[in-house]
Design a protein around this ligand. Sequence first.
Ligand code: FAD
Length: 414
Amino acid sequence: MAILGAGAAGIAAARRLLARGLSVVLIEARGRVGGRALTARIAGQAVDLGAHWLHAADDNGLVGEARRLGLPLFDAPQEPRLILGACEADAIETRRFHEAWADLDAAISEIGAGGDLLPASAAFERLAPQARPYRDTLAFAHGPFACGVSLDTIGAADFAAARDDLDLFVAGGYGALVARLADGLPVALSTRATRIDRSGPEVRVETDRGTLTARGLIVTVPVPVLARGDIVFDPPLPAATRDALGALRPASYEHVVLSWPGGPLHEAANTTVAFDGDADENLGLLANFDGGVLHYADLGGALVGRLGSPEARAGFARESLSARFGRDAVAGLRVLHASGWGEDAFSACAWTIAPPGAHGARAALREPIGGRIVLAGEATSSTLWGTIGGAWAEGERAARDVAGLLAGVSAAST
Ligand SMILES: Cc1cc2nc3c(=O)[nH]c(=O)nc-3n(C[C@H](O)[C@H](O)[C@H](O)COP(=O)(O)OP(=O)(O)OC[C@H]3O[C@@H](n4cnc5c(N)ncnc54)[C@H](O)[C@@H]3O)c2cc1C
């Protein structure tokens, strides 16, 4: 069995297939495993350069894996602090903001449950007048910060389908956990798949380092990479699969890692911070993560593409905080890293979203192709899209599907 991509989905699929006694090879274009999960050591701290939050902890297979490995898990903040101008909002203002936040969630869910015609932004029309002062902050926090696109772009149905309960962090980093789960797996690193010949009884996988054949294939390559044809399928993918790949949209989300000792937000560890301001020009902070002096300044949506490079995003983060808190306040601020997942040839996005009318594309991508090929990854999850937990569950689902398909073929041929 061959698996393209050694991110969360590919690793989960490989583990599941090996547990069933099947032979497996993972083909990975990068020189490392983990895909969009990657932990680096920066300023003596484990820093996730991609995924960091263990979302939907009650339904996230990685939580169980962390516990099995004895890695401590700790609560992630659920509600952000609100900063208006340079000052912390008072308790009444903060409570009103959190109420407006919950009201917006409820309104999007209601619209999403009613069909897949409207964007999530339609929910603003249902908000009570007392929520209106927070409209821009909520549009950023629910849009670019949570989804990587504006609420005009994502369908209410896709937004509402996403599980959004308890979040956790894992000691040592999420990327380190994912990479550890690949220990001992048969992975061909630095091997880029270029063409899949599915015309014969076996699947031929051509790579830049040679060709292999397999009875079945799981493809976990990110949707935008597949949609732009980086891997040629012969014969081409079915029209329904191509339509579904084209219907999902890349979302943009990037971290700028700051060291900011003595900055104005240094009090509590692991606090998320929401600011007032234009939803298209805002950023969100995870302040003092793991209790140190490092912060994420996170940018999402169209702003990421408009700025165009990690360096420009680093400059934007510094300028934006300087404009808010004053030059003196950012004198000790240093940018230690700025991510570039959207520019990276092997991810091309942070995750996918479904615009109005397209939520069903996620299920369409789960349909097996030609009885031997199954797609998996964050994009094929209807309820945990955009997450490691979703990619993991989908990798396990794909392993079951492809093993079932091949068992069916063997039974039919005996
Ligand atoms: C900045 C950022 C923050 C995020 N924050 C969170 C978070 O806090 N919590 C969370 O749950 N999720 C988060 N996500 C999303 C999460 O990282 C992804 O949903 C998840 O990692 C996707 O896993 P996957 O296995 O589907 O894809 P990937 O991890 O992208 O794996 C696909 C693999 O395919 C490989 N590949 C690509 N092309 C080829 C080819 N031609 N041949 C062979 N291999 C190929 C890639 O190199 C990659 O390793 C974040 C993402 C980003 C970018």
